[in-house]
Design a protein around this ligand. Structure first.
Ligand code: NAD
Ligand code: MG
Length: 394
């Protein structure tokens, strides 16, 4: 394999640090050319000292000087600000951009990277949730690959190797069910931030951990899958599989099912996206059937976990509605993490925002940006309005 030159957006996070462990095992195959972080200057500096990229970006402007003081003397260029992400991904020295930053912030840098012909290893699912149609068209036009890092989508991608797209009947996205699987609506209303941040099978960043507990993560993944694999909504089904061993399945026209299995470890889908179509030997722990004698399956409870139903609704409505869903969810999760709203109230905020924001059937980029702004503003107002009631009731 020719040495791949990588840019990692969001290098200091859960996916970013695991991507660097993959690279660490195969230094002969990868050059890390760009590392970026939002605010964790200490870790960014440490990573840059180890991997010696050409350039780093710290989006928090106030930390630029501190980063530059250490890395400038090592000949590493230091940039800051959100805009710098869009600039660095276009540099000719990069082959592939791993989008491991959180939320809507991933959209513009991903567009810039695609436009300059860079392949994308996509962890930032929110980009496809917000503007999936636009992104996939742009990728096709610029002949770049969008390689999924999300474990479910990586599983589907792996199952589809060697298959005719037209033979696919439907896909099953597996969901662990999160820490509150089996709970009823009443017990969900007293859930604390601490409880919601304890996922049974995966250690991840805070936002996706809350999304996993509320099943919004699965909703976002349904939308992500629709665009990645060009499916109708009815071709996508969610099945709860608490052990997280089967990462997802494809059902073909003849009824045959193909599943991709393994221990829950994000390093594998990250590595696959970075080496596709190749497979690379590694030392990751191997699956032991005797330790996992039982794999079970359940239907998701969309009555109690309304977010999954809301995501399906937004996808069926189409247009800018998934963008509204994403913005309202980002606001709701941030408010929940600040202890300003309850677990179940997050769904109310999202649902009310979806009803409020005007529908746009065929949005362009500017419409998405505007929709995101309006939806955030409205959702923030809801949080403020409901905050007092929530804190009194608590
Ligand atoms: P994280 O919070 O652990 O890390 C996020 C990284 O992005 C950090 O380096 C942070 O500094 C940077 N960042 C955050 N906000 C930013 C902003 N506004 N602008 C620029 N940089 C910013 O998150 P994570 O768990 O690694 O998730 C990253 C993405 O990957 C998310 O979209 C998530 O849904 C997706 N994903 C994560 C996992 C997982 O196991 N963690 C699995 C599947 C998909
Ligand atoms: Mg996933």
């Amino acid at each position: 394999m020719k040495k791949k030159r990588i840019a990692i957006l969001g290098a200091t996070g859960s996916i970013g640090t695991q991507a660097l462990s993959v690279v660490r095992e195969h230094r002969e195959l990868f050059d890390v050319e760009v590392l970026t972080a939002a605010g964790n200057a200490t870790l960014l500096i440490e990573q840059a000292m180890e991997f010696l990229p050409k350039v780093v970006v710290i989006t928090d402007e106030s930390k630029r000087a501190a980063v530059d003081e250490v890395l400038g003397s090592k000949g590493i260029e230091v940039l800051s600000g959100q805009q710098a992400l869009e600039e660095v991904v276009q540099r000719p020295l990069i082959d592939i951009v791993l989008t491991a930053l959180v939320g809507f912030a991933g959209l513009k840098p991903t567009i810039a990277a695609i436009k300059s012909g860079k392949n994308i290893a996509l962890a930032n699912k929110e980009t496809l949730v917000v503007a999936g149609e636009l992104i996939m068209k742009l990728a096709e036009k610029n002949e770049v690959a969008i390689l999924p890092v999300d474990s479910e989508h990586s599983a589907i991608y792996q199952c589809l190797v060697g298959e005719e797209k037209s033979t696919l009947e439907k896909i099953y996205l597996t969901a662990s069910g999160g820490p509150f699987r089996g709970k009823d609506a009443t017990s969900l209303s007293t859930i604390t931030k601490k409880e919601a941040l304890m996922h049974p099978n995966w250690v991840m960043g805070q936002k996706i951990t809350i999304d996993s507990a509320s099943l919004m993560n699965k909703g976002l993944e349904v939308i992500e899958a629709k665009w990645l694999f060009g499916l109708d909504v009815d071709q996508i089904e969610v099945v709860v599989h608490p052990q997280s061993i089967i990462h997802s399945l494809v059902q073909f026209k003849d009824g045959s099912l193909k599943a991709q299995m393994g221990l829950p470890d994000m390093k594998l889908p990250i590595q696959y996206a970075l080496t596709y179509p190749g497979r690379l030997a590694n030392t990751f722990e191997r699956f032991d059937f005797l330790k996992h004698p039982c794999l079970s399956f359940e239907q998701p409870d969309t009555k109690t976990f309304a977010n999954l139903a809301l995501a399906f609704d937004a996808l069926r409505s189409g247009g800018n509605m998934p963008c509204v869903l994403n913005a309202a969810n980002e606001v709701a999760v941030a408010a929940f993490l600040r202890d300003e709203t309850g677990f179940r109230e997050m769904s109310t905020i999202i649902s009310e925002t979806l009803q409020k924001i005007p529908f746009i059937a065929s949005p362009k980029l500017d419409d998405y940006l505007q929709t995101d702004k309006e939806a955030r503003l409205f959702a923030e107002q809801l949080v403020t309005k409901k905050k007092k009631v929530y804190q009194i009731e608590k």
